[in-house]
Design a protein around this ligand. Sequence first.
Ligand code: NAD
Length: 385
Amino acid sequence: MAKVFNVGLIGCGHIAETYFRAHKYFNNFKITKCADINQNAANKCAKINKIKAVTIKELLSDTGIKIILNLTIPAAHYEVAKQALLNGKHVYSEKPLAINFQDGKKLIKLAKKKKLYVGNAPDTFLGGGSQKSRDLLDKKVIGKVIFGNAIFAYPGIQSYHPNPESWFAKKGGGPVVDMGPYYLTALVNLLGPAKEVLSQSEKGKETRVIGIGPKKGKKFKVMCPTTYFSTIKFLNGTVIRLTLSFDVISHLRNHIELYGDKGSMIVPDPNMFGGSVLISKKLGSTWKNFKTNKMTLGKINIKSQSSRANESPTNANYRGVGLSEMIKAIQTKKIHKCNGDLSLHVLSIIDSIHKSARKRKKQKISYLCKRPTIFTKQEIKSIIR
Ligand SMILES: NC(=O)c1ccc[n+]([C@@H]2O[C@H](COP(=O)([O-])OP(=O)(O)OC[C@H]3O[C@@H](n4cnc5c(N)ncnc54)[C@H](O)[C@@H]3O)[C@@H](O)[C@H]2O)c1
């Protein structure tokens, strides 16, 4: 039987529900206490999940808690993770690691000094869709990948989130901080680290209107660019054109397409765990479908719409696997997959995209990482219930 770690949750908002659901899938953690800057949010979360709500201070000094799960807003990730480390606890945060590269770097340095683990979402690249794509790429099914296209584009969160302002804030706002981590982590898993980027940014609208909740109808000012077009060159030579936008009403492009010298691949949604990988090896040929719905982390596990607006009625969502895998790595003294170096590299790409758009100049990616290792069947089996 796997040893079960008691996890303390800080940040009891929308995504917390998904992590509690992960208790069903993984065998080595249990969220036993929670805290939030807003005590009402912590109390509500504790009541729903039958755990104890405490203050942040109490949680950080609780000797029974070895790991902090940091599900606060991006702008608070750094400070909360830092406090966890300073209190001798491992920490696993939602994406991104921090909202600027310097803070991320300080965090990784502190963790190394304290010999503690820092883990970070996204863990979606550990899902069936990304892992199947990786396997086919490693087997050279489409040969050497030369180019690719990736896109996340939608109209923004203001229509269905009661407090959308932080997505459009000067610090920590914009689509690169919000959705970039999924796409960039998936690409680094598929292609290895990135080396340089050239970017252009635009702001679609100066103001937006809140569409839901107590502030419905209220106008607010957009303080950051909301569309970025980036060309990213990877160390292996692949060039990817990445579009990230909060200004697009609708589109029909694929999330990620990779073009190799022997064929093309369509990679499923990097924000999810399942989906099919499609491959075409000849112009005009039918796309071969590589399904992932029989894979442990690709099986449909969402069969009805939950309370969360961005969760479709049928889907594979195993968020929390990164935390579980990190716990296994702590126990076996190994490097975890959603590790600080990977998330700091991704943060370095995010930072360079912003800088390149601001300066209208190509930027070198300053912090590199190793390409993540494959998530083997054996490794998955060891943490699954
Ligand atoms: N909502 C989603 O669908 C979703 C999906 C994937 C990832 N995420 C990520 O999860 C994180 C949280 O997102 P969310 O949608 O749950 O946000 P949310 O705004 O619903 O919840 C965040 C919670 O953190 C608390 N908080 C803020 N600052 C704090 C601080 N300094 N100390 C303690 N608590 C603090 C807030 O009071 C709030 O209860 C973000 O990093 C987001 O990018 C969200």
